[in-house]
Ligand binder design. Structure first.
Ligand code: PEP
Length: 250
């Protein structure tokens, strides 16, 4: 019922020319239509990657945005600007929470603004190592999910993709276990969705795992009933490894 989704977060990597070459290689090597594929390059490569993806089923996403449509916000990009290029936008990534002090209220505004403009948010939630060790994983993930979606109708909530990304697993080579990710997603993400928006929303929303995903470990996650794919950082920067992840998921 839920189509698998593999999204690549290129972070602050790839010039427009490099992004174009990577997108071309991914487009050429893609051998399945079972999995929805989303590429999230930096803003400066969106236009070039958009041109490469024209006429293909691969979707484009951004990595962040402001919640206002326009205004005196030097250096920011608005949903109105993004929707010319993108269908998706990553919001609340832990690197934005950590390095740019994004809090739950800012992320809530961004999620609402994205939906208002027809963009699909890929909302990232996840606990730090200290929170995990203190036994706070469930409470942190449930609160981040609830706060980011506050004020949405069930129909709007249904239009969000959620990525469970334990902060200690991002870029560390130390992925969560499939069983652990499944438990957090089933109990604390889908559970929170059910509590606030109803069981149908909890069953319909796609939830991804993110954190050191590779072609070698992706099967461990996508075989789980609550996990619908992955948000991939490092391994999305090479066509071979990103395609490996997609084809293992199909
Ligand atoms: C990410 O940036 O969202 C991510 C999961 O990174 P990595 O796959 O490199 O851990």
């Amino acid at each position: 019922m839920r189509q698998p989704l593999i999204a690549g977060n290129w972070k602050m990597h790839k010039t427009a020319a490099e992004g174009q070459a990577l997108a071309q290689a991914i487009r050429q090597g893609l051998q399945t239509d079972q999995v929805e594929v989303v590429l999230c390059p930096p803003f400066t490569a969106l236009s070039a990657v958009h041109a490469v993806l024209h006429g293909s089923s691969i979707r484009l996403g951004a990595q962040n945005m402001h919640w206002e449509d326009a205004g005196a916000f030097t250096g920011e990009i608005s949903p109105v600007m993004l929707k010319e290029w993108c269908r998706y936008v990553i919001l609340g990534h832990s690197e934005r929470r950590q390095h740019f002090h994004e809090d739950d209220e800012m992320i809530r505004r961004k999620v609402a603004a994205a939906l208002r403009h027809g963009l699909t948010p890929i909302l990232c939630v996840g606990e730090t190592l200290a929170q995990r060790e203190a036994g706070e994983t469930g409470a942190v993930v449930a609160a981040q999910t609830r706060r980011a979606l506050e004020g949405l109708t069930p129909e709007q909530a249904m239009g969000v993709v959620i990525a469970y990304e334990p902060v200690w697993a991002i870029g560390t080579g130390r992925a969560a276990t499939g069983a652990d990710a499944e438990e957090v997603i089933r109990r604390w993400i889908r559970g929170t969705l059910a509590e606030h928006f109803g069981v149908e929303v909890a069953q319909r929303v796609r939830v991804l795992y993110g954190g050191s995903v590779t072609p070698e470990n992706i099967a461990e996650f996508v075989c789980r009933p609550s996990i619908d794919g992955a948000l991939v950082g490092g391994a999305s920067l090479r066509a071979e490894s990103f395609l490996g992840i997609i084809h293992e998921t199909a």
